[in-house]
Design a protein. Structure first.
Length: 98
């Protein structure tokens, strides 16, 4: 999981007016639905996404930021830990039963 995009959203400051972009190749792009997802190798699409981000109304930026923050709050390190440990227990039980 690419944490740079998540750190950008969480960074203190002018959060609600940020314009998040994420490479479609970054793991965070699947989770950060409010970000503008781009292919960094497609120059035209990158330019269009940057233009869209710069022209985006404040209300839309705030809505997208809030959506991303909601996801980050739900999918925190505690949830990751629980999911990881659950998967580990399931694997251990499956091997024990075999």
């Amino acid at each position: 999981m690419n944490l740079v995009a998540k750190e950008y959203v969480r960074r203190p400051g002018r959060q609600r007016s940020r314009r998040a972009r994420a490479s479609r190749f970054a793991g965070a792009a699947r989770e950060m639905e409010g970000a503008l997802v781009v292919n960094p190798f497609d120059v035209e699409a990158m330019a269009e996404a940057l233009h869209r981000a710069l022209a985006m109304p404040l209300e839309e930026r705030q809505k997208r930021w809030q959506e991303m923050m909601d996801i980050l709050r739900r999918n925190n390190v505690g949830k990751w830990r629980e999911d990881f440990l659950r998967a580990l227990r399931d694997e251990t039980q499956a091997k024990a039963a075999a």
